[in-house]
Structure formats: C-alpha cells, structure tokens
Ligand binder design. Sequence first.
Ligand SMILES: [Zn+2]
Ligand SMILES: [Zn+2]
Length: 110
Amino acid sequence: MENITASELAGFGVGTLLFCATIAAPKIDALISASQRSSLGMCKRCGDLKMIACSKCKGVGLIKDGPLSFSLGDESFQSLGGRQAKVGSISCTRCQAKGHMCCPDCSKSP
Ligand SMILES: [Zn+2]
Ligand SMILES: [Zn+2]
C-alpha cells in the first residue's frame, strides 16, 4: 500500500464523493431523457408517476387570489369569511388543490 500516495488517496476520495453526489442529486431525473423513458416503457410526460404538476398553480395547490378567481361560485368559501380573506390564496380548481393531476398521456393509453 506504500505505493499509493496521499494525493492519490485524496483524489480517490473526492472522486467517490462526486460520484455519490451525482447519484443522490435530485436532478437525476433530468438525466433520463424522454427517449430513454420511452425505451424503458415509461411515460414521457410524467416518468410513470401517472401524474403531472398542475400548470395552473404550479404544483402548489393554491392560487393567489385574483379578481377572476372569485367568480367561480364557491359560495361555501365566501360564507367562511371569504370576503375578508379576499387577499390570500384559494384552492386551485383545476387540480382540486392537490397540486397535481392525472397525466393526460397515461390516462388516454391503457
Ligand atoms: Zn392546480
Ligand atoms: Zn404519464
């Protein structure tokens, strides 16, 4: 083991760390291209999660209240003091406040 220098050991350690960091990176999903997904039989759109983030609320499930948001006829919300809470956020109606919805690609194919 004497022929392995300290710098080689250090380099090996750094390399291992970098490798581990790459594996654990949350952006690993981005490394899997759409073509790879389809070749793996995965949905190109959602990666087989069967759901996609809601584009209206950006996956949050809530929308910052706006003038148009209150013309949805949600009377129960208004009866809960919605008028006073007008400046706030309301549940997203597109995704039922879940922040995600069924993947259209998955739902149309069996
Ligand atoms: Zn939504
Ligand atoms: Zn899908």
